[in-house]
Design a protein around this ligand. Structure first.
Ligand code: GLN
Length: 307
C-alpha cells in the first residue's frame, strides 16, 4: 500500500476543515496556539514512518498521557485497580462532576479526568512521592516513544493549575468519598505536569507500537505489559478514549484511540502500526475535529480498521 500517497491525499482533503472547531481556551496557555495546523504520522512495526504536515512540531499531549499512566497503574496494581475506577464509557464530558457524585466518587474509567486523577494518586502511592511519580511517568513515555528529550512545558502546567478549579473539585469530591489517598493539590499538580508533556506526531505514533503488539515493543522486543493488559487498554481506548464522542469515533474511525485537548489523537491498528494526528481545533466534545476527520479518511481509504 502506498501510505505516503494516502497521507498526501488526506492532507489535501482536510484543508477546508482547518478553520472549524476551536482551540482549548479554558487552559489560557493553550488559547494562543494557532489553529491552522495539521500533522499526521504512521509508524510501522519495522520503524518505517510516513508523515505529512508539521510532524516535527511539538504540542501538548494533554489527555493522551492518560494512556501511559493507565498502562503503569495496570502493570503495578493489576485487577485491584478496578476497585477504584471502572472500565465503562461515561457518556459524559471529560470533566463532568455529576456522575461522580451519583457513583460515590468512583470514576467510570481511567480516561475521564476523575479517573486519570485517581490513577495519578495510585502511582504516587506506588512510587512513594510526587517527584518520583512525575519522573517515572516521563521515563516510561521516553522509553515507549524512543525519545529521551521529551519534557513537560511548565508554562502550560502552571496555567492549568491556576485555572484548575474543576479538576480540583473532582479531586476534592473523590477525597470526600475516600477515593484519594494523597493531598488534592499534589495529585492534581502531578496530573497537570504529565498532561503538559510535549511530543510530536512522529514520537506519539512510535509510542503506540507496544499497544499494537500485545504489550511488546516490536522494535526493541521489550515487554512493557502483559498481552492481557494490552488487550484491556485497547478496549478502554476504543470505548472511552474520546469521552462522550467515543461511540462516534468508533463508528467513523473504527480504531482504539485517545485524544487530548492539545489537538493530538493517537490510534493504532493491531499487528500493523501506530498512528498520531495533530490539529488544535476541537469539536464540541474536546477532540481534534480535523484529527478525527483525518483518521476517518485513513481507515476509509486503506480499508484498515478493527472491524
Ligand atoms: N489537562 C486537561 C484537563 O484536565 C486534559 C483534558 C483533555 O485532554 N481532555 O482538563
Amino acid at each position: 500500500m502506498d501510505y505516503q500517497a494516502i497521507l498526501d491525499e488526506i492532507e489535501a482533503e482536510i484543508q477546508p476543515y482547518l478553520d472549524e472547531g476551536k482551540v482549548a481556551d479554558y487552559i489560557p496557555a493553550l488559547a494562543s496556539v494557532p489553529q491552522r495546523q495539521f500533522a499526521m504520522t504512521i509508524t510501522l512495526f519495522n520503524g518505517t514512518q510516513y508523515s505529512v504536515g508539521l510532524a516535527e512540531k511539538l504540542f501538548s499531549i494533554q489527555s493522551i498521557s492518560k494512556v501511559f499512566t493507565f498502562t503503569l497503574a495496570l502493570k503495578f496494581y493489576s485487577k485491584s485497580l478496578y476497585k477504584r475506577i471502572g472500565h465503562e464509557p461515561s457518556g459524559n464530558p471529560f470533566n463532568s462532576l455529576v456522575q461522580l457524585e451519583y457513583e460515590h466518587g468512583k470514576p467510570r474509567n481511567p480516561f475521564i479526568n476523575a479517573g486519570a486523577i485517581v490513577i495519578t494518586d495510585a502511582l504516587i502511592n506506588h512510587y512513594k512521592g510526587v517527584e518520583e511519580t512525575y519522573e517515572e511517568v516521563v521515563n516510561f513515555i521516553r522509553e515507549v516513544a524512543c525519545d529521551a528529550s521529551i519534557t513537560s512545558d511548565s508554562v502550560v502546567a502552571n496555567s492549568e493549575m491556576q485555572h484548575g478549579h474543576r479538576n480540583l473539585a473532582l479531586a476534592n469530591l473523590m477525597k470526600s468519598f475516600g477515593n484519594l489517598d494523597n493531598e488534592v493539590y499534589d495529585v492534581v499538580n502531578t496530573y497537570f505536569r504529565h498532561c503538559a508533556l510535549e511530543m510530536n506526531t512522529k514520537t506519539l505514533s512510535r509510542s503506540m507500537l507496544y499497544l499494537a503488539n500485545h504489550g511488546i515493543d516490536p522494535l526493541c522486543a521489550k515487554q512493557f505489559i502483559s498481552p492481557n493488559q494490552a488487550k484491556r487498554i485497547n478496549a478502554v481506548m476504543l470505548t472511552c478514549g474520546h469521552y462522550d464522542a467515543s461511540g462516534d469515533f468508533a463508528f467513523h474511525v473504527g480504531l482504539p484511540g485517545k485524544s487530548g485537548v492539545g489537538g493530538g489523537i493517537v490510534a493504532l491498528i493491531p499487528k500493523l502500526m501506530g498512528i498520531a494526528v495533530f490539529s488544535p481545533g476541537l469539536n464540541a466534545q474536546g477532540n481534534s475535529l480535523v484529527g478525527t476527520k483525518a483518521l476517518e479518511l485513513f481507515t476509509s481509504k486503506t480499508g484498515l480498521s478493527i472491524f
